[in-house]
Design a protein around this ligand. Structure first.
Ligand code: GLY
Length: 363
């Protein structure tokens, strides 16, 4: 597939290509940094870096910064400090370039490290997971977790370029692909019934890099539309929160049970609840709710909850920073596919009713 790009007014240039090394070498030649530093975690150090080093002159000659481990628990001040330290030890200056190669943890944290080191050095994101490609690496949100709160400290900063490729997904499990696909389904529902149906028919677990790259580009484009309109996430961009208030609460409950679930799975389940609420409050069509719930049950299974979890879930929702309203819980809902509404106030009783229906639909 040919390289294709979207240049946005307010965020990074996005390049969609399956010729990553060639594309990266061309970009770095134009940026002319005085040194190049590559951030990887344990996974990308083993599975991605050797290939990039073989194919890209830039990566071959770069200084490597490897974080201690992979996963969200490493997205903290300690790891961030290690990145700053290594940039400093390796002589990085404001004219150096940091290339973040990894999933959302690496692109969020690397971007934050770059945006703060010496008051900001340029960075490039190369997401290596579907979840990272469709969401985390795009849109300028950077940061780390702090005091057990996710993304508590951070800032908005745009990568020079985000290189999005499906070639990295060859080694991902079906679960990792489905996790990213939940965010693509969300983008489709925010857009149209036609796009949702097309995605519901597509099998993301059968690795097909070119067709997936095309769908991914369309999906990222949806996110870019919201980011362009509301880069600082104060209004319209909150549409992208569809399914996330329930989703984050499920993620936190799962953590508390010491049986974590991935962000994408939590979002897939959370969207079932959001569509139930959408039906109750905004008249979202019931047959479309059933179509989506059937898809989720078949592909994602269920996150099992019982009535005595409801109060805990409501507590998690009340603490969600995206959900801060003086007078109760607010949600992004859909009037229909392609018709999101944000900031909808919902009572605790309605949330409990939605959770009851979620259980009926999936369990
Ligand atoms: N992940 C949603 C956003 O970037 O706004």
């Amino acid at each position: 597939m040919e390289q294709d790009n979207i240049s946005q007014d307010v965020t990074s240039q996005l390049l969609f290509t399956n010729q990553v090394a060639e594309t990266l070498d061309g970009i770095v030649e134009k940026l002319e940094p005085i040194s190049v530093h590559v951030l990887v975690d344990a996974n990308t150090a083993s599975f991605v870096l050797p290939r990039l080093q073989a194919e890209s002159e830039v990566i071959r000659n770069a200084q490597i910064i490897q974080t201690g481990g992979a996963g969200d628990m490493h997205k903290n001040l300690n790891t961030l400090s290690g990145i700053w330290q290594k940039l400093s030890d390796d002589g990085a200056t404001r004219r150096s370039l940091l290339i973040n190669v990894g999933g959302g943890v690496i692109t969020d944290m690397g971007a934050f490290a770059a945006a703060t080191f010496k008051r900001g050095i340029p960075f490039v994101n190369i997401p290596t997971t579907l979840l990272g490609a469709v969401d985390a690496s795009v849109g300028g949100k950077t940061g780390i977790n702090f005091n057990t709160l996710k993304n508590e400290v951070g800032l908005f900063a745009d990568a020079e370029v985000v290189i999005i490729s499906t070639t990295f997904f060859r080694t991902l499990s079906s679960q990792e692909m489905l996790s990213g696909y939940a965010e693509m389904l969300k983008h489709a529902m925010l857009t149209s019934r036609e796009m949702t149906d097309r995605l519901l028919r597509y099998d993301v677990t059968t690795y097909e890099p070119d067709s997936l790259l095309k769908l991914l580009k369309e999906s990222v484009n949806v996110k870019c539309g919201y980011v362009k309109e509301d880069p600082n996430d104060l209004g319209k961009r909150q549409s992208l929160n569809l399914g996330h208030t329930f989703g984050h609460a499920f993620e936190e409950l799962a953590l508390e049970r010491r049986s974590p679930i991935s962000h994408g799975y939590a979002v897939a389940f959370g969207m079932v609840c959001a569509l139930v609420l959408s039906h109750m409050k905004e008249g979202f069509p019931s047959e479309r709710l059933h179509t989506y719930a059937d898809y989720v049950r078949h592909h994602y299974g269920v996150f099992a909850i019982r009535c005595n979890d409801y109060d805990r879930l409501l507590q998690f929702m009340a603490h969600d920073k995206k959900n801060a309203a003086a007078d109760g819980l607010t949600f992004t809902l859909l009037k229909d596919e392609g018709k999101p509404v944000t900031g909808i106030n919902v009572s605790a009783d309605d949330v409990k009713a939605a959770l009851d229906i979620y259980c009926d639909l999936l369990m």
